[in-house]
Design a protein around this ligand. Structure first.
Ligand SMILES: Nc1ncnc2c1ncn2[C@@H]1O[C@H](COP(=O)(O)OP(=O)(O)OP(=O)(O)O)[C@@H](O)[C@H]1O
Ligand SMILES: [Mg+2]
Length: 260
């Protein structure tokens, strides 16, 4: 077995309890290098909580999470981000009164392994920011304040601030929620470009069209458990998934449109 066959991220019987509620109820998952995994499931299924656990934002109640073969227990999320496990949030985040460029530089500086003053605004960091903005079609907005840019650009910026670190694993929580269908299409192309770089991707998304176009493996969660793990093309035919989604049409299991 080569190193490539080792999971880059692994959850072992991971659970999170809030009092009597098992928000995440014993999930096993191996994320292999280069995989693109899309996670779906109804509201309250435990998807974001699962992300919080595997990115080190909250501690597990039971089970274990391993990143690059090492338990992440006790390591703060910012330490993990610097080690290459980077996430974005369901609610678009960013410093709204700063410009697009300043947000990118803030991310580079925060994520820098070497924090010596003077090294941070160096040519290498500026070039990385420029290249990333270019790749995301955001160069023209570099000097615009985030509060003044459209929703699509804000969503792109959040991913750009994550990808600028060249993460080993990128976790995205609902990257296209609230976007219009044409904007979703643009994001799908962007995701294919990120995939082509070899970045391992795990994302949560209600918009089924996005999930099935981008992921090579789909997971569906319900009541804290995984009820489906397989090819995205099989989601709509799976009896358990269909019963959870009450027929599925409203969630895009059968139609072109997704639930936002
Ligand atoms: N800090 C908390 N304290 C108590 N309960 C919580 C907490 N965080 C989440 N929950 C509960 O855990 C369950 C799972 O929530 P979670 O946000 O993970 O769902 P989700 O699948 O991401 O839903 P959505 O699709 O709406 O984003 C919900 O019942 C939620 O109310
Ligand atoms: Mg959520």
């Amino acid at each position: 077995m080569t190193d490539k066959a080792l999971p880059v991220l692994e959850a072992r019987a991971v659970a999170k309890h809030y009092g009597a509620l098992a928000a995440v109820d014993g999930i096993d998952l191996k994320v292999m290098p280069g995989q693109t995994i899309g996670i779906g499931g109804p509201n309250g299924a435990g998807k974001t909580t699962f992300f919080d656990l595997i990115s080190g934002f909250i501690p597990v109640t039971k089970g274990e999470v391993l990143f690059m073969g090492e338990p992440i227990k006790g390591l703060p999320a910012h330490h993990l981000a610097r080690a290459g496990l980077v996430r974005t949030f369901q609610v678009t985040s960013g410093f709204t009164s700063l410009t697009v460029w300043q947000n990118m530089m803030a991310s580079v500086i925060f994520g820098a392994r070497d924090t010596k003053p003077g090294l941070l605004f160096n040519r290498g960091n500026r070039a990385r920011v420029e290249t990333t903005l270019e790749a995301f079609g955001l160069s023209d907005l570099a000097s615009a304040r985030v509060e003044d840019i459209p929703a699509l650009a804000r969503k792109k910026l959040m991913v750009a601030t994550a990808i600028v670190h060249e993460p080993k694993v990128l976790l995205l929580d609902e990257p296209v929620s609230g976007l219009m269908p044409s904007e979703v299409d643009e994001f799908i192309s962007l995701m294919h470009e990120i995939r082509a770089r070899g970045t391992t991707l795990v994302f949560i998304e209600h918009v089924m069209r996005f999930l099935t176009s981008v992921a090579d493996r789909a997971l569906i969660m319900h009541q804290g458990k995984l009820i489906y793990d397989g090819p995205p093309s099989g989601i709509g035919r799976d009896e358990t998934v269909r019963s959870v989604y009450l027929g599925g049409a409203a969630y895009g299991l059968e139609t072109e449109t997704g639930h936002g």
